[in-house]
Design a protein around this ligand. Structure first.
Ligand code: AMP
Length: 281
């Protein structure tokens, strides 16, 4: 990887990196397409990163299909697939981890306390290995993008973060490698995520400003869904991820949801940019 990067840098080529955990779908491919537009070389990493999974999570059963991924990436025009082994990425007795302190403890971090430390560490390692000019991430993992932007800024990493929109199935379900775990009835119930986000957007467009009221109306849609267990619905400031009590005309927010359908935990979100808010993203 180093040699390849060195040669291409010497030839004056720009490099885009798309970090993934594989089992690719159109969401990942949209990042590859964005990178191809803006860089000479697009590197896609496929690495199911053990340090971002807690012991009770789905690391060992996370779906993997390299041949399928490779075919999709070939078709999409990626230049390099980087698939390191865990033993190559994490050196023996590694003692260095990256913790983006407060941002990693709130919201998703309350439910997955070690998750963002694993994410920040692997992304920093990938940045060091691939040395991209730009790196591409999906808004699907909104808090991840905020955590990583913070890391890049705090550590003066010379890399531009690009965040791309959420790609959804025709019926609204956000694409995710984990959707394959869903039974047909859970798959149907999971539409509540995008439906409740749409409801929230409508309520806010029609003038509702009380965050609690928006969340209350959203939660009503989850009542009666048998295999559905809501971890949270929150309205948070888009920069800090702190909970907002009111939707201010000057604000930018994410409405974030995490919900279990059986044993499958899905997340979704939407970005709310109010008319007088800063231009964000
Ligand atoms: P993952 O393989 O789940 O770690 O995701 C790799 C990258 O793809 C992350 O930056 C995700 O945010 C992004 N991604 C995953 N699902 C989607 C989606 N439905 N739309 C856009 N980007 C996505």
């Amino acid at each position: 990887m180093r040699q390849f990067i060195r040669q291409n840098r010497l030839a004056g080529k720009s490099i885009g990196l798309v970090p993934t955990m594989g089992f690719l779908h159109q969401g990942h491919i949209s990042l590859v397409e964005a990178s191809k537009k803006e860089n000479d070389i697009t590197v896609v990493s496929i690495f199911v990163n053990p340090t971002q999974f807690a012991p009770n999570e789905d690391f060992s059963r996370y779906p993997r299909d390299f041949d399928r991924d490779a075919a999709l990436l070939l078709e999409a025009g990626a230049d390099v697939i980087f698939t390191p082994e865990a033993g190559d990425v994490y050196v023996k007795n590694a003692q260095t981890f990256i913790s983006v302190e407060d941002l990693s403890k709130i919201a998703e971090g309350e439910f997955r306390p070690t998750h963002f430390r694993g994410v920040a560490t692997i992304v920093a390692i990938l940045f060091n290995l691939v040395q991209p000019d730009k790196a591409y991430f999906g808004q699907k993992d909104a808090q991840q993008t905020v955590v990583l932007r913070r890391m890049v800024k705090d550590l003066h990493m010379p890399i531009e973060m690009v965040v791309c929109p959420i790609v959804r199935e025709a019926d609204g379900l956000a694409m995710s490698s984990r959707n394959i775990y869903l039974t047909p009835s859970q798959r149907k119930d999971a539409l509540v995520l995008s439906r409740s986000l749409k409801l929230a957007q409508d309520l806010i467009s029609n003038g509702t400003r009380d965050a609690k009221e928006v969340i209350h109306q959203m939660k009503l849609l989850y009542n009666g869904l048998q295999e559905c267990n809501l971890d949270y619905i929150r309205i948070v400031d888009a920069d800090t991820f702190m909970e907002a009590s009111a939707i201010e005309l000057e604000g930018c927010y994410f409405i974030i949801i995490a919900c279990k359908f059986g044993t499958t935990r899905l997340i979704d979100n939407c970005f709310i940019s109010m008319p007088n808010g800063p231009i964000f993203q």
